[in-house]
Design a protein around this ligand. Structure first.
Ligand code: PRT
Ligand code: ZN
Length: 287
């Protein structure tokens, strides 16, 4: 039987949909029956194992799966000997300290002797030790936000994205100790050159997909006298493509622009007399 790469994906939760979307954008086809726990891609040597995110790191370490997608927080909390293959950027969140409104907080030192409820004792312990603060931990696996109100903790350390949960529970976010995004992880050694080759093909596709989503394709008409200025402004993979228009004194310009610079570039193009600005997403892209 030819070699296959096994990827562990969260079965149901915050990471599931986006993890599958990125694989699907790589042109890899698979069914999407929610009840299956294991399935094979039809056009790529990849097998999916669907499981709880907590179980993914150990399954990879033990060789049940080869790679997987988890929150960086999960990987760092477990501290297994695994490596981050790619930062996928989605499911961004932060691990923060939050306290009830009447807690006098003025820095990590205020936590000296406090009882802190968390599901991330290892990450928290590391940060407190670095700051020579000693506190006691109340380890809970869910509803961390409830613990101060029921009197079992003085402060909490939990994941936050919008902050709505903290606000709803009368807690004030006072310090971010760690930030996380979804990462693709694996063992430092795959243990098979065939698997390594499949992984390399997959990573090449993932890079192209991620690159594409961070750029936009842009087209517009421009008075020819502004071509040099615009070229300096937007660059492009090499330089922008410039085509003459039938109307005298005008050219059509095509290029790619980084998402982070987009609005800035857009406003400057308008000032330089660009017209008919058309922007489209890019599906795949390589340098
Ligand atoms: O069942 P399984 O064990 O697989 O799932 P799970 O319940 O353990 O994990 P899940 O799906 O909730 O989260 C998976 C990963 O998503 C986490 O490990 C993080 O990397 C990432 N992530 C991103 C988050 C959040 N944002 C997040 N907001 N994980 C949890 N939360 C929780 C947080 O714990 C708190 O209860 O959402 C609440 C706060 O949200 P806001 O928006 O109100 O601030
Ligand atoms: Zn979990």
């Amino acid at each position: 039987m030819s070699e296959i790469l096994r990827i562990a994906i969260q079965k149901k939760g915050r990471l599931s949909e986006k993890s599958l979307a990125i694989i699907s954008q790589c042109g890899i086809k698979f069914g999407s029956d929610e009840r299956v726990l294991k399935e094979r891609a039809t056009n790529f040597p990849l097998e999916f194992l669907y499981m709880r995110d907590d179980d993914i790191p150990a399954y990879i370490r033990d060789g049940v799966a080869d790679i997987g997608i988890v929150g960086r927080n999960e990987m760092d909390e477990q501290g297994l000997p695994l490596v981050v293959l790619r930062d996928l950027g989605f499911s961004k969140c932060r691990l923060s300290i939050a306290v009830p409104h009447d807690f006098p907080y003025s820095g990590l030192k205020s936590l000296e002797g406090a009882r802190i409820a968390t599901s991330y004792p290892n990450i928290l312990k590391g940060i407190l030790e670095e700051n020579t603060v000693s506190a006691s931990f109340v380890e809970v696996s869910g509803s961390v936000e409830l613990t101060p109100a029921v009197g079992i903790a003085d402060a909490i350390c939990d994941l936050v994205s919008t902050g709505a949960t903290l606000a709803m529970n009368g807690l004030r976010e006072v310090e971010t100790i760690y930030t996380s995004t979804a990462v693709m992880i694996g063992r430092p050694e795959m243990g098979s050159t065939a698997k390594e080759a499949i992984l390399e093909r997959l990573l090449l596709r993932i890079d192209a997909v991620m690159k594409a989503t961070s750029y936009k394709y842009i087209m517009f008409n421009l008075p020819v006298e502004h071509v040099q200025q615009v070229s300096a402004l937007i660059g492009g993979l090499k330089s922008p493509t410039v085509t003459p228009l039938l109307s005298e004194g005008w050219v059509s310009v095509q290029s790619v622009v980084g998402e982070d610079r987009f609005w800035d570039v857009f406003e400057q193009l308008k000032e330089l007399g660009a017209q008919g600005i058309l922007v489209t997403p890019i599906e795949k892209m390589t340098e």
